[in-house]
Design a protein around this ligand. Structure first.
Ligand SMILES: N[C@@H](CC(=O)c1ccccc1NC=O)C(=O)O
Length: 248
């Protein structure tokens, strides 16, 4: 199915039958991607006494409860409510779902014990003015889909880099790490705050999507992004970002 989008006087042609899914699915397994020191997700049938919600065990339907954490168990999208005393819901913050997006790939650089993504690295690669920015970090192996991230001090964005992204007017930031910030930062959350302009002027419609996986066969460049969440009234929801290749 071919469609044409017009945005800021440019026409983009895309083929909806060729989605590039960049989400990591949530599985009830110890191999499921994991961050923030929590156990694996659980997907288990409802039980009422002897009755088990499973066709194999005599029920008419499979009827599972799911226990997971959006921040720790897979691709998720969060709003400023992730870091505020006041409640903000991702369901109410993300109200449009198609964006012009730019994918760039960055090798974090070592600063002391840390690996960081700098403003300069983003500035060097970002030559367009997208609504959404996707950051793919190298190395980029399939291991990202089942990485056990707790206590690994993963790479993160410097405050300046996040500020630069905000100053470009980017509303939606997507990254293939568990957080845009350092794992153990004493609660500073400098990149989250810089991106959301919190507490000065919170950007309530801006979102951060973490733990995407962008396979190597997807090249850097411009895409149409379809960013979908489950409709949770919560700071964050599991999400399904999907890219479409465009011809301009
Ligand atoms: N780095 C923070 C913790 C943190 O950022 C965090 C903790 C639990 C779940 C999600 C978190 N951040 C996600 O972006 C800290 O060291 O206090």
């Amino acid at each position: 199915m071919i469609t044409k989008l017009t945005h800021h006087n440019k026409t983009y042609t895309l083929d909806l039958s060729k989605p590039l899914d960049i989400s990591i699915p949530i599985r009830a397994s110890k191999e499921n991607v994991n961050a923030w020191y929590i156990p694996e997700p659980k997907i288990e049938p409802v039980r009422f006494g002897d009755w088990v919600g499973k066709v194999k065990e005599g029920a008419s339907t499979n009827f599972n409860n799911i226990l997971f954490n959006p921040h720790g168990h897979g691709t998720h999208t969060e709003c400023v409510g992730h870091i505020t005393k006041e409640f903000y819901s991702i369901h109410q913050s993300l109200t449009q779902f198609f964006f012009i997006a730019e994918l760039i790939t960055i090798t974090p650089i070592a600063i002391g014990e840390d690996q960081v993504i700098t403003k300069q690295q983003i500035e060097e690669q970002l030559h367009t003015n997208p609504e959404a920015l996707l950051l793919r970090t190298l190395p980029n192996t399939d291991a990202k889909c089942n990485q056990q991230y707790s206590n690994t001090n993963w790479p993160y964005l410097t405050e300046d880099a996040a500020l630069f992204i905000r100053e470009q007017g980017i509303q939606h930031l997507l990254i293939d790490l568990p957080s845009v910030d350092k794992e153990k930062d004493g609660g500073k959350l400098l990149a989250h705050k810089a991106f959301w302009d919190y507490p000065t002027n919170p950007r309530k419609g801006a979102t951060i999507t973490e733990m995407i996986f962008v396979a190597d066969r997807i090249s850097d460049g411009t895409y149409v992004l379809n960013l979908q969440i489950a409709s949770f009234e919560n700071d964050a929801s599991p999400s399904k970002p999907v890219l479409y290749t465009v011809e301009v």
